[in-house]
Design a protein. Sequence first.
Length: 365
Amino acid sequence: MELNGVIRTDRKMADGRTIRYYDSKPTNRDATDKRPKEAQPNIGELRFDPLVNEWIAISSHRQNRIFLPPKELCPLCPTKGELLTEIPESDFEVVVFDNRSPSLSPTTNDFALPDYAGPETDKAEAIGKCEVVCFTSDHGQSFCDLSSAQVRTLLEAWRDRTAELSKEAFIRHIAPFENRGEEIGVTLHHPHGQIYAYSYLPPRVEKMLAVARKYKEDFGKVLFDEILKRELTDKVRIVCQNEFWVAYVPFAARYPYEIHLAPLSPVADLTELSKAQCDAFPAIALEVTKRLDGIFGIPMAYIAAWHQAPVREGRDLLRSHWQITSVRRAPGKLKYLAGSESAMGAFIMDVMPEQSAQQLREVKL
């Protein structure tokens, strides 16, 4: 299957999961998974928290997943010699495969969330889809070490997965993201991300949609478009910009280093990006991540998450953008989400957003 110059090849893993190879040139992908077949984990539960009207996924089987193995035992490296990994091939560009320990699992049946009944709301199966995205076969690299061509292939993989997962009737929202650094809680050092496709709207998405809908009713405009317009006018929080994208620290940033990277021409999700927007993304994405690493001269722990409109609602109200947040406020010092943030949901910032943006701009590349 060819996707805008990227070739996708699907293969089955020993336990029946699917692995998808994304290549920038024709490549034979015929290696077989030689590991013994293992049973798939049971589907977890969705339980409703009536205090805040939020669904909580409980997937207790994830307690036993692999945790920070040494490089020679990394399950995301290519298979070489006697090390049989998740990727049967001896080399790869970008791969996406079904998560071995998924928080959310697909279904072949019709699915609907239980009717609201306050504390008596029924439990549901934790339906959805969880996928792992390996950025490169090189264990020692990070996102910022990738070439522009590699990032372009990765972007095409994100777009393809968004398009395909959107076709599933039980999927309501799709979120590709990367966790980087032990401070964030990664369990594997190999450069990779994940895709969570939810059967419900995550709380932040639900709130953003409600706020955007109210703003449209009150002012007749799309909220994110107006926010982007203000950032472009103020200029002081802009980190970098090209013809199609702008990276900025938001006016009310929650973290010491928080960057939003947004296309100048709005889109609802990654599938709507034009070829020109896609081609312009790698350079500015690499610049942003290199500037983050340059702040303290050490790899910056961060979460990089794509915000997209839900699959079948609010697509005229929410805009796709890439949000990168870091809890590191100084070398050896973290911004802990303590009492105010974790208990009350009230964020308190230690760094002025304008100062953060200036520091990022001043990094020598």
